[in-house]
Design a protein around this ligand. Structure first.
Ligand SMILES: CC(C)(COP(=O)(O)OP(=O)(O)OC[C@H]1O[C@@H](n2cnc3c(N)ncnc32)[C@H](O)[C@@H]1OP(=O)(O)O)[C@@H](O)C(=O)NCCC(=O)NCCS
Length: 158
């Protein structure tokens, strides 16, 4: 599937790892380790990993688990130089499409309370803040907000 600015979404290949590590380190205060990223990129029965590829190479990724009827998004990030151009939405929508085809019907995730841009991003796609996990993040004791919504609200968004 081709989206904004000639971007395509596809399952990751082993050679994508370096780009994913670069985006991860540019995106998070407490990035996942290289080994953990490599493991999550390996598609298997429970995991879903996708990368966005543009003319300059890999520019974003999403990693999720399938848990019963839920798509649990563990990690999503786009290249800081290409944000707010639709790449993140395209990635999430494609993950939702694939999950829907596999019978999943809900989407859920945790987000840092301070991550206002991601909270906007998810709210715009129909997710709601359902509960708080107090002091969830080990690096600074920050709360996690649990966000959830029907998978089809992500499909219906831009
Ligand atoms: C969240 C993230 C993946 C969105 O990727 P993206 O490529 O910018 O996504 P899109 O362009 O499809 O959507 C952008 C939307 O997100 C929201 N958003 C993004 N940055 C925002 C900001 N600084 N302030 C307010 N809203 C913001 C808006 O709703 C925006 O839509 P708009 O541009 O029409 O207003 C990206 O910001 C990112 O990689 N952040 C760092 C990693 C991260 O925090 N991941 C989420 C972990 S739970």
């Amino acid at each position: 599937m081709t989206g904004p600015r000639g971007i395509t979404i596809r399952p990751p290949r082993p050679q994508d790892l370096a780009a994913v590590i670069r985006i991860e380190q540019a995106s998070f205060s407490d990035p996942w380790s290289d080994a953990f990223l490599a493991e999550e990129l390996a598609n298997d029965v429970l995991r879903m990993a996708l990368v966005a590829e543009g003319p300059e190479g890999v520019c974003g990724y999403v990693m999720a688990w399938r848990v019963a009827e839920q798509l649990h998004v563990l990690n999503i990030a786009t290249d800081p130089a290409l944000r707010r151009r639709g790449v993140g939405g395209f990635l999430l929508r494609e993950a939702a499409l694939r999950a829907w085809a596999q019978g999943l019907r809900e989407i859920t995730l945790e987000v840092r309370r301070s991550n206002t841009s991601a909270r906007h991003f998810y709210r715009k796609r129909g997710l709601q803040e359902l509960a708080v996990r107090k002091g969830y993040y080990a690096d600074n004791g920050e709360d996690a907000l649990i966000m959830t919504g029907p998978l089809d609200s992500v499909l219906d968004s831009d």
